[in-house]
Every structure is written in C-alpha cells, then in structure tokens.
Write a new protein. Structure first.
Lengths: 446, 432
C-alpha cells in the first residue's frame, strides 16, 4: 500500500512529503509490521550557489585537510588536497561562513584564524586560496582534534546549517579510538560532516564511522587527481541544504516495540540506537540536513496482535526540527503504518515489494562487509560464500554499481546463483572502494 | 464475502513464488517458513468460477425450491437492451443508505484532500473527548486511530441501518472481516396507477478483487437509482429489475477504469466485482433479480404456508445439482461449492441478469440477503424459523434480528439483510 501526505514546512522552504509502502495485512496472531517510508523534500533552491533566494538559511562550513607527514608521499596527495580545497572554496555561496583547518596530531586554523569564520566573497575566497599555498605536510594524525576545532568554530556562528568536510589519508594513530568516539558523540547533532579517504592507507571503518556519526557521506578518492571534482560536488550538495537537524519522529502504540529504524536509501544507516524519547510512545531519530532530495527508511514494528478484522495504527511517522527553546517545529508531513488482521492468506502472506527490496539491500551491505572481514581473516571459503551471496543480491536487485565493484574482488561464475571465485590478486583500492561503498543502495525497480 | 478462485490454500511460496507442495513446511527454493501461513478460514467463502454455462435463465429456470408453488413464476417480459444507459432522474430520498460515495476508509486528513467536504456525520459533537472503543483510555486522533493503543475506530460502513417507507435494511461488518464489503439500497415510490412499490438491492463485494467495497456500493446505488426512475414511468417491474442490474454492471465496470487511490489499495489486482440481488414489491407482484449467490427468500406471514427461496445461486454447487451431476449434499460438501459463476465486474465474461416475477397469494415478508446471513439459515425452512413473525410490519426490527442471527452464529462474513413486506402497503400506511 502507499499513502502520502505533504505539507509546507514554511512558505519559502522545501516541501516535505511522506509516502508509506507496506503490506498491512497480517495473519491471525501476526505481530510484525514492516514498512518502507519515503521522505521527499522538494521545492527548495537550486544547487551550486549561483542563486541566493532572499531569506535563505545561512550556512557555515569547515574544511578539514589532513596535513600529516604522509600527505607528501606521494606529493600528489598534498597538491590534490590543496586544489580540492580551493575548488570547494570556489563553490561556496556568497555569504556562507567558512574556515579551513589543517589537521595533524593537532588542529590548526589555516584560514581565517583567530577563532573566527570568514564570510565568503571574492576577497575572502582569494585570501583562503593564498593561505592554502602555505599548507605543508608534517606531523601525525588525531582526527578528533580537527573535529573539536571545527565544532568550536561552527558553533560560534549564528547560522542554521553547520557542515564539515574532512579529508584524511591515514589512520587515526595519535589518539585512541575511544577519544575519537567521545569526540563524535560530542559533535553528533551539532554539525554534519562528509568524510573522504585519499589514497589507500586509511582505515575504512574510521572514515565511514565519522560520516555515519555525523550524518554525512563517506567515500574513497583513491587517486588524488579526483579530489577536486569530488570536493566540488560535496560542497554543491552542502550549499543545497536548506533545513538542518530534521528528525524522523516515530509514534508506536502502547505495547508495541520498534525492532529497528534504518535509513535504506541512498545508503543503509541503522538509526535504531540513536533514538531520543519524544513524549508518550514517540521517539526521534536524527536524519541531518536536507536539500532537494528523497530518502527511504525501513521501519519494523512488533505490535500486540489483535483479532481478525481489527485494524491498528502500528506507527505514525512525522518530521520535526528541534527549536532553540526546546520545542519542535513539525514539518507537517506524516505517514501512517497500519496493521490489519485478516484470514485471507493471499493477502497476509504477500510481501511488499519495497520491503522485500530493501531487506535485500540491507543484507547486501551486510554480506559484503562480512565477506571482506572473512577474507582479511584468511577464511577464504567463508568469504567466497558471503561475497557470492552479495553478487547474487546485487544482480537480482539491479544494483549495478555494487555489482561492478564486486566483480573487481571476485570472478563471477554465475551471478544468478551467486557462484563466485575469490580473485587471487585484488588491489587495495578496489577492496577499499567496495567496503566504503557497500552500504549504497538502489531504489526499487519501477 | 465472495472470493475469486484459488487453486489451493497456498500454491506458491509467499516469499519467492516458488510452487510448493501440500504438506511442505519450508519453501524448497528460499527456505521460507511456510508454517506461518494461517489455516484457511472455517467458513465457506464463495468462490467465483468462470466460463461455465448457466443452468437456466429467466423463464427457463427451474422453479424455486418450494414444496408449494404458491408464488408462481410469470413469463419474463422482453428485457431492455443490455447496453442501455441507466436513467438517473430520481435520487434515493435518503443518502444515508449508501454513504457519501467517496469515503470508503477512514476520514482523510484535512490537508490531504482539501476538496473533500467534511462529513457532518463524522463531526461528532463529542469529538474532542472521543475515547477509544478498544482500550477505553486513549483519545481518538484525527485519523481515526487511538493515540494510546493505535486501534482503528469503527467506520461508518461497519454497521449501517436504514428504514424508508415500508422497507428496511441492515448491514454489518461481521466479526471476522476488517471492513464491510456489502452494500445496499432501499426505497419506495409510486407507480403511474397510484399504487405503491418498494424495493431493495443488496450487493456483496468479491473480496478477492480490488476495491470490493467500492464495487458493491456503486452497484447498489446504480440499481436502486434505476428502479426508482423506471418504476414511476410505468416500466414493468421485471423489466425495470433487468435494467437495474445492467446499470449496476456498468457502474462496476466503470470502476475498473479508475486508478485505485492510495488509500484503497488492496493486495489484489483484479477488477472490482460484486454480486447483486434485488426485490421489488407492488400491490400484486413480487419481482426478484440477481447475479451471483446473494439470495431472496419468501416467508409468508402465515407460517403454516411454506416458505421459499426465490433465487438460484450462480454457484458451482447449484450448477452441479441443476445438471444432475451431484446430489445437493455432495455438491455443497465440495470445497468448490461456494465458487460463484456469475458476478458484476469487468472480469465477468458476460452478464446474464436473472429475473423472476411472482404473484404471491398471501401476505408475507421478503428477505433479501448476502451469504453472510444465509450461511446461517440456508434452507427456506431454516430462514422462516429465524424471521420474526412481524417482519412484514416491522422490517427494520426484522432485519436487525436476522443480522443478529448471523453474528450469533459466528459472523464469519459481512452480513446484509433487507426486509420488504408483500404486498406493498399503501403510502402512509404501515410505515414505521
């Protein structure tokens, strides 16, 4: 089933809509309700920063560039990082607050300095690019210090959207994983952050963990020559954001339990454990900032079974933005997830195509991760089985990008049955690309 | 409830659509746990079958199963053209019978369908403090769900009653189905000679089709409107009944062309379909018409006279019996017994409205009903035992009693009952 409701968040803001896809029919005694909730924001501004509609929310961006010693090996990395940061600065919309941070085992303000943010215009963009020329490599890596400086700078600005772009080429060797974790917990909800790994000497789980905690994207840029284009795209996306701190508010009835809440498109991100209680039987799940875009969420709810012929609301999904005074702004759109008990077996055993599809996409991400972990651990039979299943799922669901990445790691004998052989030689870049992008999903084939 | 045919309770794996064998516990292809599939319902849903010839039609049909041919069939008058457009000159006097025509589900959120007029019947004066009927603690939200336990609140079509002039009808969701897919229309009018006429139409949505509730509603309204327009013009009641069924068929066919709206989505993708049965009583005639397995029973006020079933089901079992291939007991014991062989809807091969005209020689009550009732009172004798003695003079009470009989029996299906008196009493006389 599908039902939808839309509303304007504010007269000149994006319009949010919520669509629910599910099979609401349950057999007698059935209690598990699954639904795909599509949230779409439309009607916002154009991308690219060329147009600045009046009253547009103001943004602040901090670019964190890895300046550790390894960035000079090869020198193309440091050069690529400078060019990429310059390209990102060129993409800033006039009026956007920004800063550039050089990151080693400590964080340094590269531009503008003095604990401030610059306001983007032709002059400050030029000054920032001059400052980039002075960037030099040397020192260790403590990413938590970069993030804490970014948080200090961003939080001082009176803006509605705060975003970071972080580039690293190595492992977070000069602080403990616990320190980084604590920093991420402290920064979560204060600003969003995209993370990129350049080269192949960084740790995939560290970079994806940063993006996940800070509700941004993660990716690999194996070749430093590709950095400028990637930074431009990232900044364009950041400039297109219009509403920050949007939370998915999920109400469930008394006696019900939310099994999980996952973002499933454009990438899998489990939000289950990021719930904040929001009144009786309701909780908020953070989704970060939104421009013109659409995302899908998979909700799974266990409800107390009711009798045949009964109908129950299993979940109500709405979108809210917390306000400084502690209240929330409701964005108006909502979706209803229903449960209807029937003795019509044809109805109750049918599976929603959307739920089936995203269950498969979530499994795809999981088996890729498991396959790579097993391969690293030397369990080649286990890795073959998992990656074979991944090939089968990617093939069946039409996830062509992931199928291509898998084909660089395994030789596909038969995609339909998931028969594969591990390649004897796999480049580090290919394996890291597969791992970093394993959570990317495709939408249901129309 | 009527259902489209199903080869077996579970012909395919619900997860991967791989065929499964009876007795399989898990799907051989994907390992899906087939034991989670519920046992088939204990009632005997009607299942339509396609492509079989009718046992009879109009004048050729066998006489109703009655020991006493007191109501004798008359000859079928020539029916109007099957392609004729139904007249819509006259509306039923009370719209309550069939609902607003747009709201099959819960009330829409105000922001979503701004063009839909608010339904005054839903704007209950105590709306602000409406308590949930299920948990009795939570308030009911704007969507019709309890804010505490989430239970949906009763809908308008869950239970409908209507009395107009000498005729009344009651429809109930029953105890096992999540919505009421039955619908009815009742009305009364005056013939050109000044004598009274009353009518009732009852339709049962085919639940294995898309939007069965929309089909039954459209069919009952179209048929009721047609009769109310045709009878005052002097159309013979039997010809008018034929016209009404044709109009109902057109109305259901038209639904198949409409895209199902988001809220009415069902897991099935068949064209909407329903049964239809109707009766017209005048001062001297009792006319019935039907397609499918909804029925009309004749119950004389003097219970020493025999009762009769006036319709012959369009069903597999009825065909088997009529063709002499099986005894009634054998036929009705078969799992295909309730498969219907005729219905209104775009998937029906051809429309064969059955009509019959009787001249009862004594007063009595006419019971027009869906299988939700007759599953609990199948024979004419059983029906006469549950029809109250004063049904002809208190039709609403009579219909309530009969619906209660079905609910007491288990209420496995939606149940709809209309009661008409014969002869139609003069205007102003005998109406409640």
């Amino acid at each position: 089933m599908r039902h939808s409701m839309a509303n304007f968040a504010k007269p000149d803001g994006p319009r949010f809509s919520v669509d629910v896809y599910q099979n609401e029919y349950l057999p007698e005694g059935g209690s598990q309700v699954d639904a795909i909730v599509t949230v779409t924001a439309t009607g916002g501004g154009t991308l690219g920063g060329a147009l600045v509609p009046p009253g547009r929310p103001c943004a602040a961006v901090a670019v964190m560039v890895d300046c550790s010693g390894s960035m000079e090996y090869p020198p193309a990395k440091m050069r690529g990082a400078r060019e990429a940061t310059a390209a990102a600065i060129d993409t800033l919309r006039d009026g956007t607050r920004f800063a550039v941070i050089g990151g080693t085992h400590v964080a340094q303000e590269v531009y503008p300095g003095g604990g401030r943010l610059a306001v983007a215009d032709a002059t400050t963009r030029e000054q920032a690019k001059q400052a980039l020329r002075r960037l030099s490599a040397g020192g260790g890596t403590a990413i938590g210090t970069w993030l804490r400086l970014a948080d200090r700078l961003l939080s001082a600005a009176d803006v509605t959207l705060r975003h970071g772009i972080l580039l690293t080429d190595g492992r977070n060797e000069h602080e403990s994983p616990a320190d980084l974790r604590a920093t991420l917990d402290a920064c979560a909800g204060r600003f969003t952050c995209d993370a990129r790994g350049v080269g192949t000497d960084w740790d995939v789980k560290e970079v994806t963990g940063i993006a996940s905690a800070l509700l941004g994207t993660a990716d690999i840029v194996a070749d430093p020559a590709g950095l400028a284009a990637d930074f431009t795209r990232m900044m364009e996306t950041a400039m297109g954001k219009e509403v920050a701190d949007v939370a998915l508010r999920v109400w469930t009835p008394a006696g019900a339990a939310l099994r999980f809440v996952k973002q499933v498109a454009p990438a899998v991100e489990d939000l289950t454990h990021r719930r904040t209680e929001a009144g009786p039987r309701a909780g908020d799940y953070p989704t970060g900032s939104w421009g013109d875009e659409s995302r899908d969420y998979h909700l799974s709810v266990t409800v107390p079974p009711a009798g045949l012929g009964q109908e129950m609301l299993a979940a109500r999904v709405s979108l809210v933005v917390p306000q400084p005074d502690g209240t929330v702004q409701n964005l108006g759109a909502q979706g209803l997830v229903r449960a209807v008990w029937t003795d019509d077996a044809a109805a109750s055993t049918a599976m929603s195509p959307q739920v089936a599809h995203y269950t498969g996409q979530a499994e795809l991400a999981q088996v890729i991760q498991q396959g790579i972990d097993l391969r690293k651990a030397g369990d080649f039979d286990g890795a073959t089985a998992k990656l074979g299943r991944a090939v089968q799922l990617a093939n069946a669901s039409g996830n062509a990008d992931t199928a291509k990445l898998l084909a660089k790691v395994v030789d596909v004998v038969d995609a339909a049955t998931g028969t594969v052989r591990l390649k004897t030689r796999v480049t580090e870049a290919d394996e890291m690309t597969l791992e970093t992008r394993s959570t990317k999903t495709v939408r249901v084939k129309k | 409830m009527s259902q489209m045919p199903r080869q077996a309770a579970l012909p395919k794996c619900p997860s991967c659509a791989e065929p499964v064998e009876p007795g399989d516990l898990f799907c051989g292809a994907c390992g899906y746990d087939l034991s989670v599939v519920p046992a088939p319902p204990q009632d005997h849903p009607t299942l339509p079958m396609t492509g079989t010839a009718e046992p009879g039609n109009g004048t050729e049909r066998p006489a109703p199963r009655s020991a006493d041919p007191a109501p004798a069939p008359e000859t079928d008058p020539p029916g109007p053209g099957a392609g004729g457009t139904p007249p819509h000159g006259q509306e039923p006097e009370d719209e309550r019978s069939a609902g607003s025509g747009v709201r099959f589900d819960r009330p829409a959120e105000p922001d979503e369908y701004p063009l839909q007029a608010p339904d005054p019947r839903l704007a209950a004066p105590a709306a602000a403090a409406r308590l949930c009927v299920a948990c009795r603690t939570g308030r009911v939200d704007d969507d019709g769900y309890c804010e505490n336990c989430g239970h949906a609140q009763p809908r308008e079509r869950d239970h409908l009653e209507r009395e107009t002039g000498p005729v009344a009808a009651v429809s109930d969701r029953g105890l096992r189905h999540h919505r009421n897919e039955d619908a009815f229309a009742v009305g009364h009018t005056t013939l050109p000679d000044g004598t009274p006429a009353a009518l009732a139409i009852v339709c049962d949505g085919v639940s294995s089709a898309t939007r069965p509730d929309a089909a039954s509603l459209a069919a009952s309204r179209a048929a009721g409107d047609t009769l109310l327009a045709a009878l005052p013009r002097g159309t013979h009641p039997q010809a008018a009944m034929h016209e009404a069924i044709v109009a109902a068929a057109h109305a259901v066919n038209a639904l198949a062309d409409e895209p199902a709206t988001a809220r009415e989505h069902a897991p099935h993708q068949n064209a909407p379909a329903c049964t239809i049965v109707g009766a017209v009583v005048t001062s001297g005639l009792l006319v019935v018409g039907w397609v499918g397995d909804s029925r009309v029973y004749w119950v004389p006020t003097d219970r020493t006279a025999p009762s009769a079933r006036l319709t012959e089901d369009d069903s597999w079992a009825a065909q088997m019996v009529a063709a002499g291939l099986m005894s009634e007991a054998e036929a009705y014991a078969d799992e295909r017994a309730h498969a219907i062989t005729g219905w209104l809807g775009a998937d029906a091969y051809e429309l064969e409205p059955h009509t019959a005209c009787f001249r009862p020689d004594r007063p009595g009550a006419v019971v027009v009903c869906t299988d939700g009732l007759w599953n609990y009172a199948e024979t004419a004798e059983e029906m006469s035992e549950v029809v109250p003695p004063d049904a002809a003079t208190r039709p609403l009470h009579g219909a309530r009693v009969l619906v209660g009989h079905a609910l007491d029996g288990g209420g496995h299906d939606n149940v709809t009952v209309a009661v008409l008196p014969f002869p139609a009493p003069p205007q102003g006389a005998g109406s409640a």
